[in-house]
Design a protein around this ligand. Structure first.
Ligand code: ASC
Length: 150
């Protein structure tokens, strides 16, 4: 029984780690994958921003759906910054691979911030969404400023 439980726990851990363990057939697939994930995240993040900034009417259900997508997708790009994915159709700066721990820290700060945004969006309270949107956007910008070619 104990063995079965630890097997199940290991399986659950593996399942949850699946996006992080993503493997790519070619470096250009990894580049396309991370760009796609970041693009999708930006689309959904932007829809929340439009509500937070009053450009579109607030819709609590839409905000919550968008924030859930943002939080999930925020976990995906990082496994695609592996070796040999620094060259190609990418604006990712070489510094990423020279200071990977710093890059990962920034990536983690973004994931933490969008998790907070998602928690705020679940409450349906626009004030809470507004309060957590800015800091989340700041984490996007901080990483772009440091690690993305203009
Ligand atoms: C977005 C988006 C980003 C961030 C960033 C925040 O909507 O696509 O990359 O917000 O512009 O500063």
């Amino acid at each position: 029984m104990k063995h079965l439980l630890s097997c199940l726990a290991a399986l659950a851990a593996l399942t949850m780690a699946a996006p992080a363990a993503a493997q790519f057939a070619k470096p250009e697939h990894a580049i396309e994958y991370r760009k796609s994930a970041l693009f999708v995240m930006g689309q959904h993040f932007g829809r929340i921003g439009a509500m937070a900034n009053g450009r579109v009417p607030f819709d609590a259900k839409a905000a919550a759906e968008n924030a859930a997508v943002v939080e999930f997708v925020s976990k995906l790009p990082w496994a695609a910054f592996g070796p040999e994915t620094d060259l190609g159709e990418t604006k990712a700066k070489p510094e990423i691979w020279k200071e990977m721990p710093k890059f990962r820290e920034k990536a983690q700060q973004m994931q933490d911030a969008v998790a907070k945004l998602n928690a705020a969006a679940k409450t349906g309270d626009l004030a809470q969404i507004k309060a957590s949107f800015g800091p989340a956007a700041q984490t996007c910008k901080a990483c772009h400023d440091a690690y993305r070619e203009q």
